[in-house]
Design a protein around this ligand. Structure first.
Ligand code: NAD
Length: 300
């Protein structure tokens, strides 16, 4: 989608941090944006920002918990009633959730994966029929993280969810290219945002048996570093990725060497044995995916 002027985007977690940064960038580029967010205070503040900028009519703020399928369907309907169509879906709502797997309880896993995987599936399943039906093409961005590419200690829940966003984006790319719908896994490093307040979005039902309450309090006390990326700069990088239909949208070159180590470790794990040609021929369709060659060709 090289031109977003006149297009419509739905951004979950769109009223704060990275999502809001992208909303500002998309509106500046001529798009209409639905900011869907579970926090009303974030929606109010974001709405005021756009109103103050004379861009009130370019945005719609909707209160939505992405894990609620019925509410998601209502939000989609309201978005289409307001702006007519939807072209860009940004599955971005998420939280900071960390702590050793030794402490994590079902409440922590269910909340983390429910929002960061379940919420994304709800978004895709709700909007994809519409994206396919209008025939104008589209793009789906799934917010992952560098913590998916380089999973570090104490990030089991977060890393599991964010790694799923890479796999999902690759699958969407393969399935939807023929329908002119692009897909990107967006993998930022540290960005200035309100992610430290994640605990405020944890539903009551997932508080009773959490093992990560201490880590949540520690996160709440952490402040943004000026070294972290500005969310609007981040949004500009996402828009560039949408325009170029990049499969991976990376933002921080500092992570390149660690990524190379990750893939080198995987390659080194293969059995050092001759290939069984007969077996290879029987499973040829499993052995490679053209999306990777296409992506490499684009970078040359
Ligand atoms: N900030 C970073 O350094 C960083 C790095 C890598 C990835 N990420 C990812 O980026 C995404 C955005 O995070 P951010 O840093 O901008 O944080 P943020 O807290 O500023 O914004 C996230 C927004 O998502 C909303 N949200 C949370 N749960 C929701 C739900 N169930 N339904 C709807 N909205 C919900 C929150 O209310 C919030 O407004 C997250 O998926 C996060 O994991 C952030």
């Amino acid at each position: 989608m090289d031109n977003v002027d006149g297009k419509v985007a739905f951004i979950t977690g769109g009223a704060s941090g990275i999502g809001l940064g992208l909303a500002k960038v998309l509106v500046k580029a001529g798009a209409k944006v639905v900011m869907a967010d579970v926090r009303q205070d974030h929606l109010d503040e974001a709405g005021e920002w756009f109103a103050g900028n004379g861009q009130k009519d370019s945005v719609l703020g909707l209160r939505l918990d992405v894990t609620d399928r019925t509410a998601y369907a209502d939000a989609a309907e309201q978005s289409l009633r307001t702006f007519g169509k939807m072209h860009i879906l940004v599955n971005n709502a998420g939280m900071g959730i960390s702590g050793s797997v030794k402490q994590a309880r079902f409440d922590d896993w269910d909340w983390g994966l429910g929002v960061m995987i379940g919420g994304v599936i709800n978004g895709i399943t709700t909007f994809l029929p519409h994206l396919l039906a209008h025939g104008e093409g589209g793009h789906i961005v799934n917010t992952s993280s560098m913590a998916a590419v380089i999973p570090v200690k104490n990030f089991s829940i977060y890393g599991t969810a964010k790694m799923a966003m890479i796999g999902l984006s690759e699958c969407l790319r393969a399935d939807l290219a023929e329908d002119n719908i692009g897909a990107s896994a967006f993998c930022p490093g540290p960005v200035q945002s309100n992610i430290r307040e994640s605990g405020q979005t944890r539903p009551e039902k997932y508080r009773r048996n959490s093992g990560l309450a201490v880590q949540e309090q520690q996160l709440a006390a952490r402040s943004n570093s000026p070294l972290w990326m500005d969310p609007v700069e981040c949004g500009e990088r996402i828009l560039r990725g949408i325009r170029r239909n990049d499969l991976y949208i990376f933002t921080h070159p500092e992570f390149k060497d660690g990524t190379a180590e990750h893939f080198a470790a995987m390659l080194a794990a293969f059995p050092d044995e001759p290939i069984n040609t007969e077996r290879a021929n029987a499973i040829r369709y499993l052995l490679s995916n053209p999306i990777f060659k296409e992506e490499l060709a684009k970078k040359r």
